[in-house]
Design a protein around this ligand. Structure first.
Ligand SMILES: Cc1ncc(COP(=O)(O)O)c(C=O)c1O
Length: 393
């Protein structure tokens, strides 16, 4: 089947977080939104058919899953990531941020340090603060548009802030790095040396551009496996985030028990039936759709790079190795963050994620979600470029 990613679909008026909640989120109406990380692209036909069948049945009582669900997830991890997961390792949660919050409570105490790497996906920091833990920011090092980990600072802060847990984003949102095997091994060794557990959020693992490879941290070394919680989900890959399903892998029985106990404390038990149906269908039948999507996204990336180079002097694309998020370095425009945010909203009529949301080191940046029809991306970039021209920047 050939999938059509070019079709623009109106998402307005459907309680869509991306389009329908501008006023509630302090933005004017009528902006073109490329902020939150879901796609303006329809899910694969196979997923929709599975959901149709579930809807048609008409009874939406409590659901659980058995062997076929696990097998679908297992085969995906094996075929796409070379990772053999075991059934007992898996804990299902209603989303990854929920799982990260549970992990923070399960594996640390109030006042303990939890390490993140800014610029970083903002709920990481929020979850740490909301749970009364101390945030240790091992800021990524940027040089010539490429981000790397600062291992010296990592060790120093682990000791200074009594860090017990490391929240890794792999591949990294927003800087688009797909960490190499060597980088991950070095990080893993440091955490082992200092007795730091790792939550590895691998939600973006299926979005990797040619020339790069995603490594599952827990699969690199048996010792890492015993100290790592790996978060996966079909939500980004298949654009089913609203169905709230993720699969968390915890090989160590003790850690798993503590994690499950924390979830039990919140009173949560079975997942949403539709999420389970969609997840199984996605992993069983979605490979072809994803392969076509990846080609399309690569086309969007090439288009954006070319457009920015030609039409937006002062703006540089941080070349992503993975994810569908573009991290734009706007420091060359030589305007303040407030002026930049104002220009994006009031002149370009865009709703993006301003860089400072990702930590202080995000100053001067903007994040654009490019998982949309190319026409939509082109419109957004044109609006941005026009605004710069009109303002004489
Ligand atoms: C790195 C990362 N983790 C987690 C999430 C959200 O996961 P969930 O909706 O399952 O909580 C996102 C969404 O953008 C993300 O980029």
């Amino acid at each position: 089947m050939k999938y059509d990613f070019d079709r623009e679909i109106d998402r307005r008026g459907r309680n869509c977080l991306k389009y329908d909640f501008a006023a509630e989120r302090g933005k004017p109406e009528g902006l073109l939104p490329l902020w939150v990380a879901d796609m303006d692209l329809p899910a694969a036909e196979e997923i929709r058919q599975a959901l149709h069948r579930a809807v048609e049945h008409g009874i939406y009582g409590y659901s659980e899953v058995k062997e076929p669900y696990f097998n679908a997830v297992h085969d995906w991890m094996r075929d796409c990531h070379g990772w053999e997961v075991e059934r007992e390792w898996m804990v299902k949660t209603p989303g990854i941020v929920y799982a990260i919050a549970a992990a923070v409570r399960a594996f640390t105490r109030e006042g303990d340090g939890v390490m993140i790497q800014n610029p970083g996906y903002y709920p990481f920091g929020q979850v740490v603060r909301d749970n009364g833990r101390v945030l240790a920011d091992n800021t990524l090092h940027e040089e010539n548009g490429r981000y790397t980990m600062d291992y010296e600072d990592m060790e120093r802060q682990i000791e200074a802030s009594n860090v017990k847990l490391f929240l890794l984003c792999s591949p990294h949102n927003p800087v688009g790095r797909v960490w190499t095997e060597e980088e991950l091994r070095r990080l893993g060794e440091i955490c082992l040396k200092h007795g730091v557990l790792i939550v590895s959020d691998e939600i973006h693992h299926d979005f990797v551009f040619p020339g790069h490879r995603h490594f599952v941290l827990a699969d690199l070394d048996e010792r890492f496996r015993e100290t790592t919680v790996t978060c996966t989900a079909p939500s980004k890959t298949f654009n089913i985030a609203g169905l709230q399903v993720s699969n968390i892998f915890i090989p160590d029985a003790g850690l798993r028990k503590a994690f499950v106990r924390e979830i039990d404390k919140t009173g949560y038990s079975q997942l949403n039936q539709m999420g389970l149906v969609a997840c199984e269908a996605a992993y069983r039948y979605g490979r072809d759709w994803l392969e076509q999507l990846l080609v399309y996204l690569k086309g969007n990336l090439d288009f954006a790079r070319d457009f920015i180079d030609r039409e937006m002097p002062g703006v540089k694309l941080v070349e992503p190795e993975g994810t569908f998020l573009l991290w734009l370095d706007c420091r060359g425009l030589r305007i303040s963050d407030d002026e930049l945010d104002r220009l994006v909203v009031e002149r370009a009529k865009l709703w993006l994620d301003g860089g400072r949301m990702f930590g202080p080191c995000g100053s001067g940046y903007q994040r654009i979600n490019m998982a949309c029809p190319r026409k939509t991306l082109e419109r957004a970039l044109r609006q941005f470029a026009e605004a710069l021209k009109n303002e004489g920047i």
